[in-house]
Design a protein around this ligand. Structure first.
Ligand SMILES: C[S@@+](CC[C@H](N)C(=O)[O-])C[C@H]1O[C@@H](n2cnc3c(N)ncnc32)[C@H](O)[C@@H]1O
Length: 281
């Protein structure tokens, strides 16, 4: 282990290995070698808050279950919540131009969409914005009740997502001036998602490495920019379970740098309009 002034003293080699195991078991995240700095810097605030001097002591307290909120705090600190508005725009175009029209032609009365690692809410609210626009363009032709279920493992990020208020960079990154006006209400220097966009989205805590069959069945699953953190086996298990809860002909959308190749043969790949989506066989 390369010790720096940050890791020195609070993270021994043995503790790093124990922490790697804990994190993979708790949320699937695989920490490779040489990430000691990341662990120390992300856990620093939490450890100071609970007056815990070393990662070994932190793990000890976890194992003895003396403080149940410690685990939540560690997961909040160790998850990477990077996201922005209309990320991988091709997916939202394909939702508007291909997937929703197809469901509309099937005369579906109810459409269920899952944003499986929703972070601070940009992804599920963007889906709702696309649905809103599709409804407006297809009035009288498309009457399906559309429900968007948004889940994440981090309690802290879900609270932010539920509020739907964005300030600073998160209020501008990926948004045009016209979109800000159309889908948000300005509150001081911040933007709040309009009620008609929020209404369609419900937020829940769910760990992708555990069972999520209770969420019900879906027509579309957005599982973007999260599988990259998991092991090959975890990825395969997650994709198999997702295939089970997708309705026939349902769609799966992964991040633009992620692919199904070698992980699942239950989907057909569709490459269209600059984006890739997967359709259940
Ligand atoms: C990089 S963000 C991706 C957000 C959004 N899907 C996007 O593409 O912009 C990854 C999210 O996955 C969540 N996450 C990490 N491990 C998870 C797990 N085991 N179960 C559910 N969510 C998880 C993190 O909390 C984080 O909010």
């Amino acid at each position: 282990m390369h010790e720096t002034s940050v890791t020195k003293g609070i993270l021994s080699h043995g503790d790093y290995e124990a922490f790697q195991q804990f994190l993979q078991q708790a949320c699937g995240i695989v920490l490779g070698a040489g990430k000691e700095y990341l662990v120390s810097s992300r856990l620093g605030g939490l450890m100071r808050h609970y007056d815990i001097a070393t990662v070994g002591e932190l793990l000890n307290q976890l194992h003895h279950g003396r403080n149940p909120s410690l685990k939540t705090g560690i997961i909040d600190a160790m998850t990477t919540n990077e996201t922005f508005w209309f990320r991988d725009m091709a997916h939202f175009n394909l939702l508007q131009q291909r997937i929703l029209p197809e469901l509309c032609d099937r005369s579906a009365s109810r459409i269920r969409i899952w944003s499986a690692a929703c972070s601070s809410g940009q992804e599920p609210y963007n889906i709702s914005m696309v649905v809103e626009e599709f409804l407006a363009r297809n009035r009288g032709r498309f009457n399906a009740m559309t429900e968007i279920v948004a889940t994440d493992i981090s309690q802290r990020i879900l609270e932010a997502a539920r509020r739907g208020i964005y300030c600073g960079m998160s209020a501008s990154r990926g948004l045009s001036a016209e979109q800000s006006k159309r889908y948000f209400v300005r509150t001081g220097d911040c933007l709040e998602v309009r009620p008609e966009i929020k209404r369609r989205v419900s937020f829940r805590n769910a760990n992708l490495t555990q069972g999520y069959e209770l969420l019900g069945r879906f027509d579309i699953i957005f599982c973007r920019n999260v599988l990259i953190y998991f092991s090959r086996t975890q990825k395969q298990e997650i994709l198999t379970r997702m295939a089970r809860i997708l309705n026939p002909g349902g769609y799966l959308l992964l991040g633009s740098t992620e692919s199904l190749s070698g992980h699942s043969d239950q989907f057909d790949m569709i490459s269209e309009s600059g984006g890739i989506i997967y359709r259940l066989k």
